[in-house]
Design a protein around this ligand. Structure first.
Ligand SMILES: Cc1cc2nc3c(=O)[nH]c(=O)nc-3n(C[C@H](O)[C@H](O)[C@H](O)COP(=O)(O)OP(=O)(O)OC[C@H]3O[C@@H](n4cnc5c(N)ncnc54)[C@H](O)[C@@H]3O)c2cc1C
Length: 389
């Protein structure tokens, strides 16, 4: 086990901080060749434990301008956009630290890959609109010379949302906002719904909304690997290791109101954390809680047979289920891009761009994601999205 400290600084930040990683082996397979080379050397220097060279190629660089903790779809999107938007080529040294290069438990690889325009917050709708443009033209963004083109396998298919009498007005309001933002969504009465989808039982439904374009699903793994491959080709560094600590070289900071805050430690708050090792599928939950509703709404599902199932973790923000994006309120060179619940995959292209803008320019330039800032937690101000799945 190797422990080393990385000095991390960024020009916008006032402080220089350290970040410790527990580093494992390299992503690329240099180990085998190196071991072979060492064996050959020992033929010439037998009998000693003297190491003529120390291979450090698997270690992260000593210094980085930006360190990204976690190489999921969000982390690699931020890395890609930082390189794409940097004012001068190779101006920034960007490092992505990932603890599990197999991504066995990461949300990205386990997600369904859905994209929709039917949100209620303008910011979420704008992120989806940008993402669909990104996905449709993915090779304009992510192609790498001499590498195969990406096939994101986008399957266009509108989301169908159903509302009872009680929620019909909310649905109407949401669709109004979606249309104002440029999304193509229609409202269906129960009769129109039955005409279009005769297999649905419309009992108890007062209104439905249906995405006419730019909705469907795609291959999450392809997006992740495409962003990663492109970012690496643009000079982003990566390291296999777990970030276990952040160290600050300053003892106090100023709040925006000029108050001095002494930094003793960064407190970790754990709220009803689920068991993060347990990815067993809860078949009972499906049988007892999901299936009855499915079969009631679509009678053909009465005879369904589950052929395969998997489980994954949502990075669920229990406060208001929306993403947290942008600077930490006190630690001036720490930024968030997390907590997207069930819509982080589809918003990754826009979120990565937004975080890169804030890092490079100090502002969101394209989509204003200020409402998603961390400050809302201590202000107690929820940013509620009506259409959380
Ligand atoms: C079943 C399921 C279905 C979903 N369906 C959809 C959908 O249809 N549409 C949609 O948009 N979204 C969907 N999502 C949500 C979406 O997958 C996530 O919001 C998104 O993938 C989050 O990306 P991420 O990069 O933040 O997280 P992750 O993909 O989890 O990546 C985070 C990475 O950080 C690494 N890491 C964590 N801690 C450390 C550390 N200390 N040091 C180093 N590395 C670390 C982890 O190993 C991991 O690889 C779904 C999720 C699930 C589970």
């Amino acid at each position: 086990m190797i422990r080393r400290a990385l000095q991390v600084g960024f020009s916008r930040g006032l402080l220089t901080r350290g970040l410790r990683t527990r580093s494992g082996g390299p992503f690329n397979d240099r180990d085998g060749k190196w071991a072979e080379f060492k064996k050959k050397l020992q033929v010439f220097w037998p009998g000693g434990s003297w190491e003529p060279f120390t291979d450090t190629s698997h270690l992260p660089p000593e210094h980085a301008d930006v360190v990204i903790v976690g190489g999921g779809v969000i982390g690699w999107s931020v890395a890609y956009w930082l390189k794409r938007l940097e004012a001068r080529k190779n101006a920034l040294r960007v490092l992505v630290v990932e603890q599990d290069p197999t991504y066995s438990m990461a949300s990205t690889g386990l997600s369904i890959g859905g994209i929709r325009q039917q949100f209620s917050l303008p910011q979420n709708i704008q992120l989806s609109l940008f993402s669909i443009e990104f996905l449709r033209n993915i090779n304009e963004y992510l192609a790498v010379p001499d590498e195969p083109l990406l096939d994101i396998q986008f399957n266009p298919s509108g989301y169908l949302l159903l509302a009872s009498e009680e929620k019909a007005a909310v649905m109407e309001h949401n669709v109004k906002i979606q249309r104002q933002e440029g999304a193509k969504v229609c409202l269906l009465s129960p009769k129109q719904l039955k005409d279009k989808f005769p297999w649905i039982n419309t009992e108890g439904i007062a209104l439905a909304s249906y995405g006419l374009e730019n909705e469907g699903w795609f291959d999450p793994w392809c997006l992740l690997q495409g962003l990663r491959r492109k970012a690496l080709s643009m000079g982003v560094y990566h390291s296999h290791g777990k970030v276990v600590n952040l160290v600050s070289s300053v003892r106090s900071m100023m709040t925006s109101s000029g108050e001095q805050v002494d930094l003793k430690r960064i407190y970790e708050v754990h709220e009803e954390e689920p068991d993060t090792k347990d990815l067993e599928v809860d078949h009972d939950f499906f049988q007892k809680k999901v299936w009855p509703y499915l079969a009631q709404r679509i009678p053909a599902f009465n005879s369904l047979k589950v052929r395969s199932a998997w489980a994954g973790f949502y990075d669920y923000n229990t406060f208001d289920q929306n993403g947290i994006v942008g600077p930490h309120p006190l630690v001036s060179n720490m930024y968030f891009a997390t907590g997207f619940s069930g819509h982080g995959l589809q918003h990754a292209p826009g979120v990565g761009r937004a975080v890169a803008e804030v890092l490079l320019n100090g502002n969101f330039n394209t989509i204003d994601l200020n409402p998603f800032s961390f400050n809302r937690f201590y202000r107690g101000k929820k940013v509620l999205e009506n259409n959380i799945i």
